[in-house]
Ligand binder design. Structure first.
Ligand SMILES: C[S@@+](CC[C@H](N)C(=O)[O-])C[C@H]1O[C@@H](n2cnc3c(N)ncnc32)[C@H](O)[C@@H]1O
Length: 393
């Protein structure tokens, strides 16, 4: 239903009258020509010693800033005026989504739900999205059979948890919410992330169909017996193939954690060609461009003559080019540290959400110049030659 923005925002404000019935509020997206400082704000009621407050967690793409606001001081109109395009409110009885239209009105849709009241404890943010005692972690060998995290596996556990948090933030931003999701994990290895993402999304109420891809047949066999044990084989399947040989298919979310070297380029190009709505790729080692960086443009030799710096410059150029390509191909893209460096040195993630926004000439020029100056042929550009040719010429 389309209504005036003012009216819709008043209706939204009305839903906040009893904070205890509100489970969460999320402001996200960008209004035309606007760029809010924070890419999203999540709000929920919290009970503190001094009473009930709204806890506002603003997310700038890398870190969360938390602020508590008195219950009668929260103005949705003022927050929305910072430049957001969407509001989602989940209460115990309804879910309302408001989306700013091109003409400045509001498209509002509501859905009846019957949900429990929100957990009001202040420390909830520290909780894991999936507990270490979840049976998937026991079967994966990350936790022991009493549900306790094995210290030797804590880095993988934390990588997966932090990856899930980014998935959560990204999925909350979807405005057109189909309740069915097709998820593909490219380079899934032992399926830690595959199973965790599937379980997390299922717990959130989505009907999820998940496919894990790895070139190793042993991984496939091991993973299949694991999902049989977990009674998930109807919903999760595995296929042993190189990503580059995988048939294109319709998919909502592509995830990939530490697919080696150009396997991350295979994952990104496969996702783009399949029209994936969301791509979350945390790359691993980067050799492709490093090997090609023989004639650095002046004055970069000051850095590249040192082996370790050369390697890091190579990493930066590789991921920057990946992000640039995704943006040019119509994805809102950013690069974030998805997990602290102490849990893995490979802690960058390229996050891309399909918007269909036309390529900007400035982005195309930057990409062309980078390639020309470094005299490199990035693997991703080779793989997406046809898709990019229209834009790069
Ligand atoms: C470092 S492991 C990461 C596994 C898993 N994502 C995780 O984080 O635990 C990389 C995985 O990618 C797989 N892989 C590498 N290149 C691949 C390719 N071109 N196609 C499919 N799988 C590939 C490897 O077999 C390996 O299991």
């Amino acid at each position: 239903m389309i209504e005036t923005l003012d009216r819709a925002l008043s209706r939204v404000q009305g839903l906040l009258a009893d904070p205890q019935l509100v489970r969460r509020i999320c402001l996200s997206g960008r209004a035309r020509g606007r760029k809010p400082d924070q890419i999203r704000v999540d709000i929920r009621p919290v009970a503190l010693k001094s009473g009930l407050y709204w806890q506002m967690v603003s997310h700038d793409g890398e870190r969360d800033i938390t602020k508590n606001v008195a219950v009668d001081q929260l103005s949705i109109k003022e927050l929305f005026a910072l430049g957001y395009a969407n509001i989602l409110i989940e209460s115990t009885s309804q879910e309302l989504s408001l989306r700013l239209t091109k003409s400045g009105d509001a498209r509002v849709s509501t859905r009846q739900v019957a949900l429990e009241k929100a957990e009001l404890s202040h420390d909830r943010a520290k909780e894991r999205l999936l507990g270490a005692d979840d049976e998937i972690f026991t079967e994966l060998g990350i936790s022991d059979y009493s549900g306790k995290l094995k210290p030797s596996r804590s880095n993988k556990f934390i990588q997966v948890q932090e990856f899930l948090k980014i998935l959560k933030h990204s999925i909350d931003e979807r405005v057109e919410k189909s309740q069915e999701l097709k998820v593909i994990d490219l380079g899934c290895g032992h399926a830690y992330l595959t199973l965790a993402a599937h379980k997390y999304l299922t717990n959130r109420g989505y009907k999820v169909n998940t496919l894990g891809i790895d070139e190793r047949q042993e991984s496939r066999e091991r993973n299949i017996s694991l999902v049989e044990k977990l009674r998930l084989s109807k919903e999760i399947s595995f296929h042993a193939t190189k990503i580059a040989n995988l048939d294109l298919m319709s998919v909502d979310i592509v995830i990939s954690l530490h697919a080696c070297d150009t396997a991350s380029d295979d994952a990104i190009s496969w996702a783009v060609k399949s029209g994936a709505e969301m791509i979350l790729v945390a790359p691993c080692c980067h050799h492709d461009i490093q090997k090609q960086m023989r004639t650095p443009p002046s004055p970069w030799n000051i850095a590249t003559k040192h082996g370790i710096i050369n390697q890091r410059v190579g990493d930066i150029i590789t991921d920057s080019i990946r992000a640039a390509v995704l943006k040019i191909l119509g994805y809102r893209t950013d690069i974030i540290e998805f997990v602290a460096g102490e849990h893995t040195p490979k802690n960058l993630m390229i996050r891309a959400i399909r918007t269909g926004t036309p390529a900007q000439s400035g982005d195309i020029q930057e990409l062309k110049q980078t390639i020309a100056q470094w005299k490199i042929e990035p693997a991703l550009i080779t793989r997406l030659k046809d898709e990019l040719s229209v834009r790069l010429g």
